[in-house]
Design a protein around this ligand. Structure first.
Ligand code: ADP
Ligand code: MG
Length: 276
């Protein structure tokens, strides 16, 4: 069972030893599988938001959760994070990781940065909370991550000085600071325009190519789910309607959006969403 203790905004995961290295993202860190077994959650008041879902997310896999508003995507993601406890069934991570030690990272739709901390101070926060390594090591990791997301020059800027896309980059850098086994994202790019959304999707792929952490991402955007994920889990009314294997080859890139293979799988997902 994942610990429900998740700090502040995000984050953090499990019993992984924090290894302080110059290039944190290129190290071969351990990643975990997520097992959801007969998982249900009935909110007080009656809504059965998640209804008997069994799903295994393999280590290093990217799975998208897609489905109409209110079908239980956020609830399922929060169950995976240990932010909600199931009324029936269980979630387990293999190898196990603790949510309060940096192993599970959670990226919300809103970047939710602390306005009184600079970009680098926001990224260093989960490392400070865990308290591993020296202050200078932690700052070096944060600095490296900001460089990786293209924000080296903005390290000393406050959130109010950053655009929406830059804030989301900081949020992603912060989520990766603890070198998590599992990265959970709840519609992370929904508030951004199409061009930025595509750029950040590409950034996520680049980060994932360096270190294949396990990713579960909620999205409303079929094209995004097709480009980014290995499998797409289609939800309807709290249940898993279908899980589709993505035939697009790896590595992915923006040019694939115009291929026949992309269009064909897009149509397949679209039909599954409509209940076909
Ligand atoms: P989605 O992310 O797919 O839009 P949610 O997981 O947010 O769906 O919500 C699924 C269902 O659970 C909805 O009917 C929603 O109104 C209900 N719900 C979500 N959060 C709560 C809560 N904290 N208390 C009661 N009902 C909730
Ligand atoms: Mg939601």
């Amino acid at each position: 069972m994942i610990s429900p203790r998740v700090t502040l905004l995000l984050v953090t995961g499990l019993g992984q030893k924090l290894v302080v290295r110059k290039n944190l993202l290129s190290e071969s860190a351990r990643v975990s599988a997520i097992h959801c077994k007969s998982l249900s959650l009935q909110y007080p008041g009656g809504t059965r938001a998640v209804d008997n879902i069994s799903l295994k997310v393999n280590p290093g896999e990217i799975v998208s959760l897609i489905g109409p508003s209110g079908c239980g995507k956020t609830t399922l993601l929060r169950l995976m994070a240990g932010l909600e406890q199931p009324t029936e069934g269980a979630v387990s991570l293999d190898p196990p990781v603790r949510g309060d030690a940096g192993g599970i990272a959670f990226v919300f739709q809103q970047p939710s940065l602390l306005p009184w901390r600079t970009a680098i101070q926001n990224v260093v926060l989960p490392l400070d909370l865990i308290g591993k390594g020296s202050a200078s090591d932690r700052r070096e990791i944060a600095s490296e991550l900001l460089k990786t997301v293209g924000l080296a020059d903005a390290a000393k800027c406050f959130p109010s000085e950053l655009s929406g896309g830059m804030k989301m980059r900081v949020s992603i850098a912060r989520a990766l600071a603890t070198s998590p086994h599992v990265l959970l994202l709840d519609e992370p790019f929904a508030a951004l325009d199409d061009m930025l959304r595509n750029q950040l999707g590409q950034l996520l792929l680049e980060l994932w190519e360096r270190r294949h952490f396990t990713v579960v991402m909620v999205t409303h955007n079929i094209a995004e789910s097709v480009l980014l994920s290995n499998r797409i889990a289609v939800m309807r009314e709290g249940a898993l309607a279908s899980v589709l294997d993505n035939p697009l080859p790896q590595p992915r890139n923006e040019e694939m959006r115009t291929t026949g293979e992309f269009g064909e799988f897009y149509g397949h997902v679209s039909r599954a969403l409509r209940g076909g």
